[in-house]
Each structure stands twice: as C-alpha cells, then as structure tokens.
Design a protein around this ligand. Structure first.
Ligand code: ATP
Length: 512
C-alpha cells in the first residue's frame, strides 16, 4: 500500500467508524469544514486533556483561560492581522486552481532535497557498515549539486519574502519550472496577497453594526487578559497562560482532510518572561514540546524541527515541529518567540498599560513572550495516521487495528458477553457498572465474538473483557490485549487495578 492509498484508507476508516464526518454532508458538505463523530469526539477530548494536563496541571506556573471567539475589532488592528495576516496566492490560468505561492516553492525544494536523500540511501545500501554519511553528504558531487540547488532557491525565496516582492516570488515559480499538478502547465497569474480572516457583523441592525472578526488564533485572547490573570492569580514572571479553542481562517487551499481546515481548534500557551531571557525559554520550550510529542511513542523519526524561512511580523525566532504525515513532513506545531510585540501594540491601541512590576529588579516592563501553538485537528490526524494499521494475521486472516496509545483511546474497555443468554449479559452489565466510573466502557452482545474483537480493534479499544460460562462459576473473565491479541484469565475483582496501570494518562505524562 503506498502513502496515497494509506491516506485514502485513513479518511474512509475515519468516516466508517464515527471519527470524522464532512460538515453538512447531506447538502454535499462544506469545503474544509469537518465534524467529529462519536469516536472522534472522545479521541479529540483525550488529546486535549493530554495537552492541558501536561501544560496546566504539571506546571505550577501555568494557568488556563477560556476567552471568547469574538473580540473587539481593534484587537486585530493592534495585532497586525488586519494588515498583515495574508497568504501569497497564485492561480493557474488553465486549471483555474488556486495555490499558495510559498507552498508551491517549498514543495519544489523538498523534492530536490528528497533526491539528495535518495542518493545517500543508495550509497548507504551499497557501502553497508563502513558508510560515513556526513562525509558523503559533504563530498559527493551529485548530493552537493542537489543541496546547492535547493539552498539557492531558498535564499532567493527568503529575500523575495523579506522584501515583500511578489513579482520575484512569481519569477521563482517560473524559473523553477513549477507546473500546476492539475493542468500540468506553467500558465500562472501574478501573485497576490489574500487576507485570511473571516468577518461578520454584530448587532441586529446591519447599518449600525461594526465589522467584527472570527479570531484567527486564540493567542490574542490571552494577551488582552494578561494583566487580569497576572493580578488576580498573583502570578510571578516567568509564568504561562494556556488556552484551547476554535480559530477560523479563510484558507486559500484547503485540502488534505483535517490538516488544513477553515474552522479548527488550537491549543496555545503564552509564556511571559523577562526581556533578554526569551531565547533561553524559546529553546526550553522547543525541547519540552518535542519531548511531549515523542511521549506518544511513535519513534524518533516521525518528528523534526523546521526553522522558519520568513519570520512572522511579531517574531524574533520561530520553529515548527513537523510530523511525517502520509503526504510528507508538514507543520504540526509552531514555537515562536513573539518578543513584546503584541503586548506593546495592545498598550498602544488601548492606551492602557500592560506592564509587570518585577520586584526582584524593582522595575516595571512589558514582558517578552514565548508561544507554543499546536493544532488539535492536526494532532488528531497525526495520531490516526500513525495508529492505522492493516495487518495479516498468522492464520492468514486480516484485521485493521487503530494502535492509538492506550490512555488516549476513545473506548478503553469493551465488555463482551460470549452469548446473549444464561445471565451472561447481566453479568457483563455488572462489570460495566464496576468500571464505568474510571473508564469509558462499552458493551455489545451482537455477532460472533471474533467479529466484535475486530470491531473494537478498528476503533482502537485497548482491552476486550469476555464474559463466558466460567465467569458464572468463578468470577473470572478473559482480558484480551488489542495489540498482542494475547488473552489472560483474571479475577473480576482485580480488573480495575490491572487496567488502571496501562490506561491512565499518567503513563504518558511521566514521559513528558
Ligand atoms: P500553515 O503554515 O500550515 O498554514 P501556520 O504557520 O499558519 O500553519 P500557526 O499560525 O503557527 O500556523 O498556527 C499554529 C498551529 O495551528 C499550526 O501549527 C497548526 O497545527 C494549526 N493550524 C493552523 N492553521 C490551521 C488550519 N487551517 N487547519 C488546521 N490546523 C491549523
């Protein structure tokens, strides 16, 4: 199965088992807007909890916040979003398809770098154990040619972005001979800037109503409440404010399922620090966030850092944590050193002081901010992509299993009576009642037991508990592990304790 097929299968599996539906599907859907079904909502909630606990519960100097989606319109003037929250777009005149010019160029560079990597892989296979990858990368003429080519494009592109030279961005696309994936032609329009904010009006009388925006990021709700939280929570710098919630962007190119949506959920944390210490904290949070991702146990090859080519208007350093999605490495989380840009701008536009009195220095200042910002939907997609497995079993049969980390699985335990008679269903109900206070449990009696195991594998249920005739005699059940499919006989009274060990979120939090 190639990556494209894998991605298609993940999308159809997500629908078939109630994880993700297209929004308003009966009306043929709404582009790049999705709904989470009965399984998806549980997985999403568990991922959000994992993030929240690791941020708020595990840090005594980070607190939570929940601000409104609508904010005073001046917020977005101050933050720079009205003037600068743009993407460069370009249209292909033959296919009439619209693209982000930066994405076209970045994809082109990735393809060139992939060619260099392929040369290295080939050499590795040829030379075996004695292969010195670093030396090969520094000396092999072909590898050097590819890397040189990519870096020349990168430098030219960076300079064009910094100068906001859209004509040059277009020229790079032409010179690199980038073609439209649909029409295959190089018939491009000019590059234009496109503002990504959605707007609406507030109040019942349209004439009087002011234009307001649907927030394109949750961060500004944190900035405007900075002093409220600091004062009422008696917070001392360095401290953080964390928030999860919906954000809205009118994305030009909205493809790739829940990777790029027009309505999505962010999990952001703004960490307020003393001016001059921001790079230290920036590096600290880069490390912390990478560790958090790796706690999910997908291996150390699935994530990588990518430093930003062009810094956003508010940042003095920025890196992405990219994930190896079925369509390649793409941004999953951003870590930004946002300086004092936002707080200073809000001071300027509101006329209110947003300063902190540092009693150790005996001085007031506008704090600097390091931000970690992750898309919950992208994290959801990363977990689904990694968890989805089609396996051939020893007996020649096959199964689809969602190997979601146990503490994050939507349903934790399925209680399955072997047959739906002779009191087995009632006994199952008793076990449900025993476990339901601690775990999300489900029970089902229909179909052969093998079929029910498969259904639970497909939604990622870590454990199936089977209630059979022996249960009625000695109060024992079989406990089946999703991944190994091994079954063991255990006492009902021991169930809770055994499950707690591997299903508790603590097992993940201890690794972050
Ligand atoms: P991209 O370059 O992919 O457009 P971005 O750099 O604009 O993303 P940020 O503004 O840094 O993204 O937002 C922080 C996080 O929010 C991203 O790392 C991503 O996980 C998530 N995110 C941003 N835009 C979307 C979207 N349209 N759909 C889903 N998640 C998104």
């Amino acid at each position: 199965m190639n990556q494209e097929e894998l991605f298609k299968n993940i999308i159809s599996h997500s629908k078939e088992y109630g994880f993700v539906f297209q929004s308003s599907e009966i009306y043929d859907g709404l582009s790049a807007v999705y709904d989470y079904g009965q399984m998806g909502v549980e997985l999403k909630k568990n991922l959000r909890d994992f993030w929240w606990k690791s941020m708020v519960q595990m840090h005594q100097n980070i607190v939570g916040l929940d601000t409104a989606i609508f904010m005073h319109p001046t917020t977005w003037k101050a933050s720079g979003h009205v003037d600068a929250f743009n993407d460069p777009l370009i249209d292909n005149k033959d296919s009439k398809k619209r693209y982000r010019a930066d994405v076209l160029i970045e994809d082109h560079m990735s393809k060139i770098i992939a060619k260099a990597d392929k040369e290295v892989e080939k050499a590795k296979a040829r030379f075996g154990e004695t292969f010195d990858e670093t030396l090969y990368r520094q000396t092999n003429p072909r590898v050097l040619e590819y890397l040189g080519k990519a870096s020349a494009i990168e430098n030219r592109f960076k300079a064009a972005l910094e100068a906001n030279n859209l004509e040059e961005v277009r020229q790079i696309i032409i010179d690199c001979e980038i073609v439209c994936p649909i029409s295959g032609t190089k018939n491009w329009t000019e590059v234009r800037q496109f503002n990504l904010m959605f707007s609406t009006s507030m109040g019942s009388v349209t004439e009087d109503a002011g234009t307001i925006y649907l927030r394109p990021e949750t961060a500004q709700g944190i900035f405007v409440n900075f002093l409220n939280v600091q004062k009422t929570g008696r917070m001392k710098i360095p401290f953080g404010i964390a928030q999860t919630g919906k954000a809205f962007r009118n994305e030009i190119v909205a493809r790739q399922f829940i990777f790029r949506m027009r309505e999505f959920e962010q999990m952001e944390m703004q960490f307020f620090v003393r001016p001059g210490t921001e790079m230290e904290w920036y590096n600290y949070w880069k490390d912390m966030r990478m560790k958090w991702h790796q706690a999910l146990g997908f291996g150390d090859k699935k994530h990588r850092f990518h430093d930003h080519l062009k810094l956003a208007h508010y940042a003095n350093a920025a890196a992405d944590i990219e994930f190896d999605f079925p369509f390649g490495f793409k941004e999953l989380e951003g870590i930004h050193s946002r300086t004092d840009f936002d707080l200073k701008k809000h001071e300027e536009f509101s006329g209110k002081k947003l300063q902190y009195f540092d009693s150790e220095l005996n001085q007031s200042y506008v704090p600097y901010v390091v931000e970690t910002s992750i898309g919950l939907d992208r994290l959801f997609l990363a977990v689904m992509s990694e968890a989805y497995k089609e396996e051939t079993l020893e007996d020649g049969s096959s199964r689809v299993v969602l190997a979601i980390p146990f503490p994050l699985a939507p349903v934790k335990v399925a209680i399955l009576p072997l047959v739906n008679k002779d009191g087995l269903a009632e006994k199952s109900e008793e076990i449900v009642n025993l476990l339901k206070y601690d775990f999300n449990v489900a029970t089902e009696a229909k179909d052969a037991i093998g079929k029910r195991y498969r259904r639970n594998d497909a939604i990622g249920t870590p454990y199936c508990v089977t209630v059979d005739y022996e249960t009625m005699e000695n109060n024992t059940v079989t406990l089946r592990n999703r991944d190994t499919m091994a079954q063991e006989r255990i006492k009902i009274e021991d169930l809770r304790q055994i499950l707690e060990k591997s299903l508790s979120m603590t097992t993940l939090l201890e690794k972050c």
